[in-house]
Design a protein around this ligand. Structure first.
Ligand code: DAH
Length: 361
């Protein structure tokens, strides 16, 4: 018996050593440890042994099983490593392959419009500014002359963070507009200031024309002797460049925003061509943005003297601007990530908007 076990061990170790594929190794495993295997057969004999016999034979047979099991495992690991190395050596990425003739991804209309806006305003000397999407109550409301009791707070359907997340005693919110970037810029930068601030904003609202997250762009100019005429010229120049038409007509309507005084709402005229609204002319009016002269209180809240510095500000929805120019009618589709929609409305990645080449791509 002892002799047999020793021979069996030598034979099995030999077979394991010479197995040169995972399949061959598996065959050895089955022959030894499978239901009908030689080692399994030995294990079964223990049941009919006398207690004395079992005491001497048991450890030998179990030792055999253990040594075979571990030899199988280490050989398996070796074969797998060898296999991987073989694949790594034979499979290569051919870096010389030419790029596909037509790139498959597209630039989302919102990104495209933001690039167009940055290009248009850069030409007028505006820098791009940014602010956090998780904003504190002071920047989002108070400094913009929207005190706690102001009804505009309710108008914004604000997403508030729980009280435990307050920072420096300030309740935190998901910013409801890009206007807080006005405050962040005025408190961190010396005037004169000319910035635009595109970005995501959040409100608890959802239907065909509202999504809980959408995009706005803010504009701010702070300098000496700024008046409504500067505002009107800037918006007119911007909208003509954006819609790529000289016949864009603006209508400024008196309005109310807490952070501007006076406040103006700006409409652009449209004409009806083949039953469709086309920007240009003045057959009808569409509201495109809110604006006004920056309120004295806002300038003061930022530590500037409103008798020295004046300015104008404007804000509008980027998604809406995209819809007006490129003819989409359901805002929700913007954020569905549907590849067919993106193929249809998206832009070629190489079509970078430039003023000289036409911002409209
Ligand atoms: N923050 C306003 C909103 O979300 C838009 C706006 C209106 C921004 C007038 C301005 C402005 O800068 O002057 O509805």
């Amino acid at each position: 018996m002892m002799k047999n076990i020793a021979t069996l061990q030598t034979d099995l170790m030999g077979a394991i050593g010479s197995a040169d594929t995972l399949d061959a190794l598996e065959a050895v495993r089955i022959a030894a440890l499978g239901k009908q295997g030689s080692v399994s057969a030995l294990l079964k004999t223990m049941g009919s042994m006398s207690p004395e016999e079992r005491q001497t034979q048991g450890p030998i047979i179990n030792g055999l099983r253990e040594s075979i099991t571990s030899a199988l495992a280490s050989k398996k690991a070796d074969l797998e490593t060898a296999d991987l190395n073989r694949r790594l050596a034979s499979e290569r990425v051919d870096m010389t392959l030419p790029a596909p003739e037509t790139p498959r991804g597209t630039v989302h209309p919102v990104s495209q419009v933001m690039d167009e806006l940055a290009e248009i305003f850069a030409d007028m000397g505006f820098a791009v500014a940014e602010g956090p999407e998780i904003e504190d109550d002071w920047h989002n409301f108070t400094a913009l002359n929207i005190p706690e009791t102001h009804p505009a707070r309710a108008m914004h359907d604000t997403f508030y963070f729980p009280d435990e997340m307050a920072r420096d005693g300030q309740k935190m919110v998901l910013r409801t507009h890009t206007s807080p970037v006005q405050i962040r810029t005025m408190t961190s930068q010396e005037p004169p200031i000319r910035i635009i601030a595109p970005g995501r904003v959040y409100r608890s609202d959802s239907d065909a024309t509202h999504t809980p997250m959408f995009h706005q762009i803010e504009g701010l100019v702070i300098d000496k002797g700024i008046h409504l005429g500067h505002l009107k010229w800037t918006l007119e120049t911007f909208l003509k460049a954006y819609f790529e038409r000289e016949d864009v007509v603006l209508r400024l309507r008196p309005s109310y925003f807490p952070f501007t005084e006076p406040s103006v709402e700006v409409d652009v005229g449209y004409s009806v061509v083949n039953g469709k609204r086309v920007i240009g002319g003045a057959e009808g009016w569409m509201e495109v943005l809110g604006s006004g002269m920056v309120h004295r209180k806002v300038i003061e809240a930022c530590g500037l003297d409103p008798d020295v510095w004046q300015g104008f500000a404007f804000g509008t929805g980027v998604d809406r601007l995209a819809m007006l120019k490129y003819g989409m009618d359901d805002l929700r589709a913007f954020f569905d990530g549907d590849n067919r929609w993106l193929q249809h409305y998206g832009f070629n990645a190489l079509d970078v908007p430039t003023l000289s080449g036409g911002v409209g791509a």
